[in-house]
Design a protein around this ligand. Structure first.
Ligand SMILES: Nc1nc2c(c(=O)[nH]1)N[C@H]1C(S)=C(S)[C@@H](COP(=O)(O)O)O[C@H]1N2
Ligand SMILES: [Mo]
Length: 346
């Protein structure tokens, strides 16, 4: 697969080649299901090479620890979930000043069909101790970090109720095919509705904990670091994106503006569009492919001639609406502010 950032038809727009961080290109954001080769990639360390003999250890505060391989997972009842997954750093470049971290534009979001076994089933088999509070998902990838001592492992904790949700999956397949190395082969987590960092790739262990985890990727990264303190990033904030028009491109005056809206807090209840900063107009919503997949919206517009600014704004069932401005945070996560795109009309 070609990963050239310069080639207009490349399946991914590379933000950093090693370890691979790459966005879904604008054209690949149009279909409901993102083409598999264009699902964005975010890796903190080199991709570990794991073979079919790889096992996931279920351990910690459990009655009966065990290890399970991919073949045994395949023999269990499977569950499939269509889910939109967004990196918490998506649209970091839209923050002012731009925070440290990967300079993501708005393509660190994709929708895929994920298949695996509910994490709940593995936890039931292990017998979770009564005093367990969270499940630590440990990846097989490690490496040094500038701001940490020694070697760091990618690991993220999930509150037990989220881990026990029937749609939280130990995934082996994306789009009906075995996971590719970049996406976590042979096994990863999927936590629908949460930002991407919860979906630990190259899953090596599931560790039941009785005290909250405070490791590097729990307290120093994937946290909202503000004047009020540090809070781990969790559910994806409500957001929308116009995909039928190209930012900086041209279009006819009569257009149907289309795009996607999503939220980790519930269904999308409203999407509005504004032309040149004028009054918001409500778009029509289509059916989402699942409770965790983005919702399509569209609105027919007659645009004025010249360079036109277009904005979309989504609201979810929790009552949250995309803000005009984002509260800046040191590491640049969760930027769901309304984003303007410009098109030349005529
Ligand atoms: N083991 C491991 N899991 C990981 C990461 C990682 O660096 N290592 N990155 C996380 C982040 S920040 C995101 S956004 C998603 C990206 O998943 P993808 O590359 O399959 O799109 O994986 C998450 N899981
Ligand atoms: Mo991410």
């Amino acid at each position: 697969m070609s990963l050239s950032a310069d080639h207009p038809d490349a399946p991914l727009v590379v933000v950093r080649p090693h370890p691979l961080c790459a966005e879904t290109p604008p054209a690949a954001l149009r279909p409901a299901i993102t083409p598999a080769a264009s699902v964005y990639v975010r890796s903190n360390f080199p991709t570990p090479v794991l073979d079919d003999a790889h096992q996931v250890a279920v351990r910690g505060a459990v009655r009966a620890p065990f290890a399970i391989g991919v073949n045994e997972l395949a023999a269990m009842p499977q569950r499939t979930v269509v889910a939109t997954v967004e990196c918490a750093g998506n649209w970091r470049l839209g923050m002012d000043p731009v925070p440290i971290g990967e300079p993501w534009r708005y393509g660190a979001v994709s929708t895929a069909v994920w298949t695996g076994v509910p994490l709940q089933r593995l936890l039931e088999r292990a017998g979770v101790a009564a005093d367990a509070v969270e499940v630590l998902a440990v990846g097989a990838d490690t490496g040094p970090r500038d701001d940490a001592e020694g070697v760091v492992t990618f690991a993220r904790a999930l509150p037990l109720p989220v881990a026990l949700h029937p749609d939280t999956l130990v995934v082996t397949h994306m789009g009906g095919a075995p996971l590719t190395p970049h996406h976590g082969a042979p096994v990863r987590l999927l936590v629908p509705g949460w930002y991407g960092m919860a979906n630990v790739k190259w899953l090596a262990a599931l560790e039941l904990r009785t005290v909250p985890f405070t490791g590097y990727f729990q307290r120093q990264r994937y946290v909202y670091d503000t004047a009020d303190g540090v809070t781990p990033v969790a559910e994806a904030r409500v957001k929308s994106m116009i995909t039928s028009l190209v930012d900086g491109g041209r279009c006819e005056a009569r257009v149907i503006v289309r795009g996607w809206a999503w939220s980790g807090a519930g269904a999308i209840t409203r999407v509005e569009l504004s032309v040149n900063g004028e009054a918001w107009r409500e778009a029509q919503l289509g059916p989402a492919m699942s409770a965790y997949a983005w919702t399509p919206f569209e609105l027919a517009l007659m645009l004025p001639a010249g360079v036109v600014s277009l904005r979309s704004r989504a609201t979810d069932a929790a009552g949250d609406t995309q803000p005009e401005r984002i509260e800046w945070n040191r590491l640049g996560y969760g930027n769901n502010a309304v984003r303007a795109m410009t098109v030349r009309v005529g």
